[in-house]
Design a protein around this ligand. Sequence first.
Ligand code: F0G
Length: 372
Amino acid sequence: MINVRCSDCGAEADPLAMCACGGCPEFVLGAVRLDPAGLRRVVRERRMSYEPLFASGVWRWQELLPAIPREHIVSLGEGNVPLYNSAAGARYAGVDRLAYLHLGMNPTGSFKDLGMTVAISAAKASGAKAVVCASTGNTASSMAAYAARAGLDAFAIVPRGRVSDAKLAQMREYGAQLIEVDGSFDDAFSNLNLVDGAAVVNSINAYRIEGQKCAAFAILEARGWSVPDWVVLPGGNLGNISALAKGFREAKRLGLIDKLPRLGLVRAARGVDTEASAIAVGAPKSLNRAHKALRDFDGLELAIGDDAILAAKGQIGREGIGCEPASAASLAGIRVLRQAQNDAGGVSGEADVVAVLTGHILKDARGAYVAA
Ligand code: F0G
């Protein structure tokens, strides 16, 4: 039996649609028959196996995911991303220890793949013929690839002139139909009904969150289950912070960890006009659940200017790592939170921090080569 509830009002909810109250649907994790040691062992064994499904860093966690029959699962081997320790990044931000979880090293170059494998598999299992999303580019590229693998039609509604060429090229190459609308991401989102009868795979789709929560497990697994002081990430529509929070909450509930990290959410001060086009979102659909996550995780939210984002991008580039502009907001944000330490209970100099890099450097060439 599937148990899906609204993140805001708690009412039973449809996993594919927002609740009438404006909240988002979320799966409620049921009983898990494995104890923490058993779960860690099973996941480790799967990582070493040659079963194609377990080449996925998402499906290795299948006990914690919605049940989808194996024959419907569409995976591109997502979720196996590096956690790079960075002494230079730590110095740049002014903290003792910093590592980048590089979710740009996923099959289509962004963190969206973790959620999309689950959302597209669920759509296929339900007999859907088509999927649709509104996007600043990454959701749509990911949807296009997974839909192509699944044999589903894909429709991408994007803000005209505001999506990087690389992301548009991905959508076209994977065979999605592009619908460009005037305005911003928010306008694209309000035009989702342009496509009739397709399953929506934006992060209001509860299956997306289930896949993306595995990024929390990836951080913990790579650190031998030691909890960092802070996890800092860029925010746009705010699905990803909701997903990471869900992953950490569940890891704690299952006894995999005994405390939660603090969360830092970094948004673009220029809103829908930021150069960091991936996070150019004015009215995030997951605002309430993101704010709840910030309360529960003693988190902080900040808005940051494009200059600081691009300077941090240059730093990450010079480390030989690289990321798209929106992703660099996490490093820029840590630097600001570190400086704001005394006023706001921000990041201390001794902090052990994970910065989430959400997209690959080749996703968006603008803003590259910025001098230090
Ligand atoms: N970083 C990148 C590279 C993104 O593409 C996005 C969102 C975010 C961060 C923010 O994540 O929306 O879950 O808060 N991109 C969406 C898209 C809006 O359409 O690709 P979020």
